[in-house]
Design a binder for this molecule. Structure first.
Ligand SMILES: [Zn+2]
Length: 342
């Protein structure tokens, strides 16, 4: 039996833990409804108990090589401490990695959730067999990561890949980071709802106004449903979203000339509503993209099965592929488990 590691996805609401073998087999996955509000020590205690249970269970089948933990926040890679996390108050300036390492008596790697998701997609998802890629995760904000030669590129101190805070509008909407006009203020789930509300306030979006006043939840999903039904009000919102995502990606392509850009996160299910505009912007704004785009960019082959790596790598050769993520929320678990393996 191959060795195995533990991947942990510490989200704002759930704690998910998986035992994964070095050949990429999911041995077991557990979801704990841990209340983050009960505090850091409680969450760490529950996490370590669950990791203990899993390592005991699979100890006979292979060597336990360590645990990787994906957390929402900026990590100082040297100290293993969180610098800032909006979803995990009370976790910053605490030696998270060292404390968990002490309790488990095993190697522990702490990393940003968007970075481990990218590694998961590169290992077993959309980027199988592709050595150089980046991933953009569209959620409440925008997460990002760059993978070079199969490894996460950290930059000087772990902060590389903050795509969400790249400026796309010089005098745009203020952002929590202190800047104005950041990409995530226009191309995230939160941004969709904000832009829709602004359209309603301007008085030019009767269909959206009707949706907002109905009993239905006013969310990225309901705005998407309206767009698919043919509402121009809703389509304009996704048009703007696709435009900004295209501007952001064009910049990344021009700077990095990577083989593949994987777009993930909850909003990616609205791909057909925003991708046409995104691709139009890419062709217009990046000479490199125009020169290296595949024939049918909207429909890159999605291979989740065995042998997909060779197929994807072959398709992606000398092309700039923009494609959807494949593993959903499991990408973070696989990627977190992958880190202690190397
Ligand atoms: Zn920002």
């Amino acid at each position: 039996m191959p060795d195995f590691s533990i991947g942990v996805d510490l989200g704002g609401t759930n704690l998910r833990i998986a035992a994964i073998s070095t050949d990429g087999q999911l041995l077991e996955k557990i979801t704990l409804g841990v209340k983050v509000t009960l505090g850091r020590d409680h969450v760490i205690g529950e996490m370590c108990d669950a990791i203990h249970r899993l390592t005991e269970q699979y100890r006979g089948s292979g060597r336990f090589v360590g645990a990787g933990i994906g957390v929402p926040g900026i990590i100082d890679m040297e100290t293993g401490m969180m610098r800032k996390s909006a979803n995990l108050p009370g976790w910053s300036d605490y030696p998270v990695r060292d404390e968990i390492e002490r309790r488990l008596g095993a190697r522990v790697c702490l990393d940003n959730d968007a970075k481990v998701a990218a590694l998961g997609e590169q290992w077993l998802g959309a980027g199988r067999g592709v050595d150089n890629m980046a991933m953009i995760t569209l959620g409440t904000g925008i997460g990002g990561a760059i993978i070079l030669n199969g490894k996460i590129f950290y930059g000087m101190n772990g902060m590389a890949g903050e795509f969400g805070h790249v400026t796309v509008e010089p005098n745009g909407v203020p952002c929590g980071c202190g800047n104005h006009g950041c990409a995530e203020r226009y191309a995230s789930a939160t941004a969709l709802v904000r832009m829709a509300r602004e359209a309603i306030e301007s008085g030019n979006a009767p269909a959206l106004a009707k949706l907002a006043s109905s009993s239905e939840e006013f969310s990225a999903k309901s705005i998407y449903d309206l767009a698919i039904q043919g509402s121009e009000d809703a389509q304009r919102i996704f048009h703007r979203f696709g435009q900004v995502l295209g501007i952001l990606l064009a910049g990344l392509i021009n700077v990095l000339n990577l083989n593949m850009f994987v777009v993930g996160g909850g909003v990616v299910s609205a791909w057909d509503a925003f991708a046409p505009q995104m691709f139009a912007e890419l062709r217009e704004r990046s000479l490199i993209y125009a020169a290296t785009a595949p024939d049918d960019p909207m429909n890159a082959p999605l291979g989740k099965k065995e042998g997909a790596s060779a197929q994807i790598a072959n398709y992606a050769r000398n092309k700039t592929i923009i494609t959807r993520a494949l593993l959903g929320s499991d990408a973070g678990l696989y990627g977190a488990a992958r880190i202690p393996m190397s």
